[in-house]
Every structure is written in C-alpha cells, then in structure tokens.
Ligand binder design. Sequence first.
Ligand SMILES: [Zn+2]
Length: 235
Amino acid sequence: MNGAHFAFTDRWGGVSAVPYEELNLGGAVGDDPRAVRANREAAAGSLGLDPDRVVWMNQVHGNDVAEVDGAWTSPLPPPVDGLVTAVRGLALAVLTADCVPVLLADPVAKVAAAAHAGRPGMVAGIVPAAIDAMKSLGADPSRIVARTGPAVCGRCYEVPEAMRAEVAAVEPAAYAETSWGTPAVDVAAGVHAQLGRLGVRDRESSSVCTRESGDHFSYRRDRTTGRLAGYVWLD
Ligand SMILES: [Zn+2]
C-alpha cells in the first residue's frame, strides 16, 4: 500500500529439520546455521528482497531502537528490540515465536520500523520507543500504518496472577483470562492500545494465535522450536 510493504512468514517452505521444520529464520535457537541461511535467502527471494538488504536484530526483550541505513557489518547485530530506517528498499526483520511482531511504516515520510514486543518489551515501552524513533526521522503517527503478526493470543497466554497485575498496571488493555479461566495477558491488545494512544489509527492485527496454529512456531507450546519473521520495507 502506498509503497509500504508488510510480510509475515509461517513455518512452511524451508529446509530446517525437526524440531525447526521447515522455515526457521532464527539464528540463535540451535538450528543448523546453513539451514537458517538458506531459509533467509528463500524467504527474501519469495518477497522480492535481496537477502543482504535485510536487517536483523539481537532481540533481548528491552526497549532500545537502532537507526539503520544498511545491513550490519559486524557479524553480530546489536542487542535491540526495534529498528528504524529512512532507506527505501532496506527491509527490517523481527523474529518471533509467540511474541508480537510489530511492523510500522509512514509511506509519506518514507520511514519504516520493526519492533519485537513480547510481554516484557511491551511493558518496557518498545512500542512508544519505536514511534519516537520514527518521529525523529520525520514520521507522523497519523500517517503511520501498523501491522502486528501472528502471536500467542490472550486466551492462551497464561501467567501468574501477580504478573497479570503488574502488566495491567502498566497497560490495562493487556489484562486477559485464558479460555480455561486462569490469569492471562494479551500482549497484542496492549500493543494496539499503546499505538492508539500514540495517534496511530491505521492498525491491523493478525487473527492467528501461534500457540493454536500448527502452521506457526510457538515457544510456549514447543519450547525448542523455530522463529517466524515479520518484514517491513518501503519502495
Ligand atoms: Zn490462542
């Protein structure tokens, strides 16, 4: 739309073996690095992207955002949970397996951002940090398009009662209950509430729950498993 592109992978179409089958895009989950490289090349190719023009993160559940104008030159990406760029054609990628992948773009200012919002990151403010980083490059929240991808849903994400209270104290919209009646958090609901308060109106959320979907990786379901990716880029 208007030169902004958003894409989310599922687990199929790659070369990784069990328990990472098939399209594991995570480089730090125990999978064969050659398989991950092949999968990243295949995923980029299917999106019409140059795999060398995809920027990855070393995600740590924090709220730091890095501005990038190209792929990392050092072998290890820095520990951040958000990326922002004003470079057209440069794709920003976020890895998840239950956490919320957040893709953002202002097609007018030509600024894109990707963020990894798990429960700790959402509470720590990775979403406002990503919006702030976009604004510093000229983005306007009223123009920002936000898409969140497959993630564990609020009916599946069971947490201790005290943890739900801590999360809801920061973000009331994340208060949830599992389908079996125990305390839960809905991270995507929290992310969207934060985006809404920041003035981002064009928001859509994936209907896929990773824990319930056999077509997606879920850390809470499988523990040792692969990672999905979300990609955002501008023409
Ligand atoms: Zn669910």
